[in-house]
Design a protein around this ligand. Structure first.
Ligand SMILES: *Cc1c(COP(=O)(O)O)cnc(C)c1O
Length: 368
């Protein structure tokens, strides 16, 4: 039998002007964090998010930390986060000295459940961080409403959802501030990189100040506060500008791939397809399904079968409230179930219809 090619979960495509722009950085010597591409990337990214300001950062984790620090969140404060997310969402809260408080997920969208958020609000709560998990927007309407009622900030973790929409509004620009990642497997990549977007001019300026060692604008090398070095380089931004030129194409292809999967997997016993609520545009960062009790195999057994056929996959995130630094014996049943049943399937924009057919066939023959 012919050796079949390995299908990875994610793979960047760098076939636009990436090389040309990076070469320009090297030829001109602008390789550090000053240069034309940093400003251009920020401007273009703000526009893409329908937001006024964008501040670039070294990665998505420090984007979250910078947003929290910029809002003055610190010791004695509480921040409500979903448990079913990448660990950085909670870690960034801990970096400020504040305490992450975990809320359970919605069974339908896999995102933080607004009703569960309200149960977790105390006098110390300062902010909510909804995460747009795997590309599907969180249910922002009720979250913004709660934030208004209890006077809380909404910090969107949009690291997995560039271009996703809640009621035709791009995520990241809906809350007080939105945070993005450009890690190698994200919807667009700069290798490592991040961005914070906001419509609040003062907050944007504050974050710009903090990310560059909190250096005084008037007096060079005078630092009235303790800041950070969270800067993105011009070379990374060069990649970002080139990637952003193609983001709409990437999203279109991801949605196309999702439509193939949906068509081929519909009706497969024990397989639950990913959500797309009628108010949502899912960008399917990772096309993901649940493997339920009705399936012949568990999620992990399915992953093993796929691996044997040269198909990569990823389990859903481990619920953060069950990991050693955070475990206090709390139970969040929906997040725990989703975490056990969820699997991310190959989702790279490079996948062909034939690749998707191969994955779908492998799943159907395994679970039936
Ligand atoms: C990737 C990711 C981050 C962190 O981004 P890095 O650039 O890897 O630091 C934060 N939150 C979520 C939900 C992510 O998926």
């Amino acid at each position: 039998m012919k050796e079949r090619k390995f299908i990875p979960v994610a793979e960047p495509e760098l076939k636009g002007k990436e090389l040309e722009y990076v070469v320009r950085c090297i030829e001109t010597g602008w390789v550090s964090s000053m240069g034309e591409f940093v400003e251009k990337f920020e401007e273009e990214f703000a526009k893409f998010c329908q937001a006024k300001y964008a501040v670039s950062t070294a990665n998505g984790t420090v984007a979250l930390h910078l947003a929290l620090a910029g809002l003055g969140i610190g010791p004695k404060d509480e921040v409500i986060v979903p448990s079913l997310t990448f660990v950085a969402t909670a870690n960034a809260v801990v970096y400020t000295g504040a305490k992450p408080v975990f809320a359970d997920s919605e069974a339908e969208t896999w995102n933080i459940d607004p009703a569960e958020i309200e149960k977790k609000i105390t006098k110390r709560t300062r902010a909510i961080i909804p995460v747009h998990l795997y590309g599907h927007p969180a249910n922002m309407g009720p979250i913004i409403e709660l934030a208004g009622k209890y006077n809380l900030y909404v910090i969107e973790d949009a690291a997995e959802a560039h271009g996703a929409e809640y009621k035709e509004r791009k995520v990241g620009g809906i809350g007080k501030v939105g945070c993005f990642s450009f890690y190698g497997n994200k919807i667009i990549t700069t290798g490592e990189g991040g961005m914070v977007v906001t419509n609040d001019k003062k907050l944007a300026e504050r974050m710009r100040f903090l990310k560059d060692h909190a250096m005084s604008k008037e007096r060079r090398y005078y630092h009235p506060e303790i800041g950070f070095n969270y800067r993105l380089t011009n070379i990374q931004a060069a990649l970002g500008v080139a990637q952003l030129e193609r983001v709409d194409n990437f999203i279109e292809r991801k949605r196309k791939i999702a439509s193939y999967y949906n068509e081929l997997l519909t009706g497969t016993p024990g397989i639950v397809l990913p959500p797309e609520e009628n108010w949502a545009k899912n960008v399917y960062w990772m096309y993901s399904v649940l493997v339920t009790e009705n399936s012949k195999l568990t999620r992990d057994e399915l992953a093993k079968r796929l691996k044997e056929q040269g198909i990569d996959s990823r389990p859903f995130f481990y619920p953060i409230h069950k990991m050693p630094p955070y475990d206090k014996g709390e139970r969040l049943p929906v997040a725990e179930r989703l975490s056990q049943q969820g699997i991310n399937l190959p989702s790279s924009v490079k996948l062909s219809r034939t690749d998707v057919e191969r994955v779908a066939e492998a799943i159907k023959s395994s679970v039936a």
